[in-house]
Design a protein around this ligand. Structure first.
Ligand code: GLV
Ligand code: MN
Ligand code: MN
Length: 413
């Protein structure tokens, strides 16, 4: 009989599932647009749930639409959980999130084929709206799952297209009846593409993720006065468009002045009426600030907030600000990180311990159960872009490490 430490995933089967899921919401350039709770998301969910059924998983769906497929172990202990998300940003790649879910299914398929029953149960989940690009905040499903947010508050959230989350969820048919916030996992391990350049640059195959940086999302709604572009003297303008641009420039200045660990992004600037010869009456601007150090993240937030107040005063523009997401930096469980690194080395992969720059469902589990992540390289560090790509051999590496880590955790007493 094959020793479980010699078990390996089937790369072709994994690639096949990645390719098939990527057809749902496929966009030019090989990417995917499957934003949370759209019809594409529903079709992606149906496909993955179909695979879960084929693998004989016991499926539960909670009130925010998180889906968990359980493979029973010998003992009735809390399950060893893996998974990620299948929603994407509008210009997404085919690996962000989907890899973690489909590699989880590949692990189950491998165990089924080997007829191997684990001591603890194993579960694979996908969590609603990890991206937060349509409905903020991000990591919403996993946060509700772990009791960070109340489900009723999330169901009321309005998306960027004016839709209400609860209604959109109902339309997908994935508003389940399993209680949220009650699920306890033995541990959580998520495989994900790095989405940055570190692993490729150092020729590493595996990242053992030590934690996730803090995230701060703020929306500013600026109100000025529309007027004629040719006749209005500069000192008499109340130009919401100018203030929006100044915020964008300041976000970059703050990040650069604070050094390498601080990043800042203005991903949305919408002007009204958005015409060449009309001073903008209104602007919507979003600021995304991230840092691995909570104190520094707060410093960046204060600098930004002070600047917005000053620039609005000087331009006689009024503003309203709203926090769309705020998560502190998270540190993963040391023994889990060590297990990921040692497992990868035992499979002859070159490993680097590293923080995550992107947000992940795993960070919502970290306070409640031992949690870690496995990263695989992203070509040229590109993600949230249709060109996102990970070499098949790196997908294999990540899925095999995931398999062995899950086996190790499901054997532990
Ligand atoms: C999620 O992908 C995020 O980090 O914004
Ligand atoms: Mn992701
Ligand atoms: Mn993403």
């Amino acid at each position: 009989m094959l020793k479980s430490s010699n078990l390996r995933i089937d790369l072709d089967r994994l690639l096949n599932r990645i390719e098939t899921l990527a057809q749902i919401g496929a966009i030019d350039g090989g990417g995917v647009c499957r934003m949370a709770l759209t019809d594409e998301d529903r079709r992606g969910r149906d496909l993955v749930v179909g695979w879960m059924k084929e693998l004989h998983l016991d499926i539960s769906i909670d009130r925010i639409g998180n889906v968990i497929g359980m493979r029973a172990g010998i003992e009735p202990a809390a399950p060893v959980l893996t998974g990620s998300h299948i929603d994407t940003v509008a210009t997404g790649g085919r690996y962000d999130g989907s890899l973690g879910v489909l590699a989880g299914l590949e692990v189950i398929a491998t165990l089924n084929q080997a007829n191997l029953t684990t001591r603890k149960s194993l579960a694979v989940g996908f969590f609603t709206n990890e991206e937060g690009a349509r409905f903020a905040p991000d990591m919403m499903g996993s946060a509700v799952h772990q009791g960070v947010f109340e489900v009723e508050d999330m169901l009321r959230i309005i998306g960027i297209d004016g839709s209400t989350l609860g209604e959109e969820l109902d339309k997908t048919g994935y508003a389940g009846d399993t209680q949220t916030g009650a699920f306890r996992a033995d541990c959580f391990i998520e495989l994900h593409v790095e989405q940055g350049p570190v692993l490729q640059t150092g020729n590493y195959e595996i990242g053992a993720v030590e934690g996730v940086q803090g995230i701060s999302w703020t929306e500013y709604r600026l109100s000025g006065t529309s007027n004629h572009a040719g006749t209005t003297p500069m000192q008499l303008r109340q130009d919401a468009g100018y203030v929006a641009s100044a915020i964008s420039v300041e976000a970059r200045r703050i990040a650069k002045s604070m050094g390498a660990d601080q990043v800042a992004t203005v991903g949305v600037t919408e002007l009204s009426p958005n015409l060449i010869n009309v001073i903008a009456r209104a602007a919507l601007v979003t600021v995304d600030l991230r840092n691995t150090d909570e104190q520094k993240l707060q410093q960046a937030e204060h600098s930004m907030a002070d600047f917005v107040t000053e620039i609005c005063n000087s331009e006689a523009v009024t503003f309203e600000s709203r926090t769309l997401a705020r998560f502190e930096p998270v540190e993963f469980d040391h023994s889990m990180v060590k297990l990921v690194a040692e497992t990868a080395r035992s499979l002859d992969y070159k490993v680097r311990k590293m923080p995550s720059g992107a947000g992940h469902d795993a960070q919502m589990f970290a306070p409640n159960c031992p949690t870690a992540m496995i990263f695989v390289p992203s070509r040229d560090g590109i993600s949230h872009n249709v060109a996102e790509y990970t070499e098949p051999e790196h997908l294999r590496a990540g899925a095999d490490v995931l398999l062995q880590v899950l086996l190790a955790k499901s054997r532990e007493g």
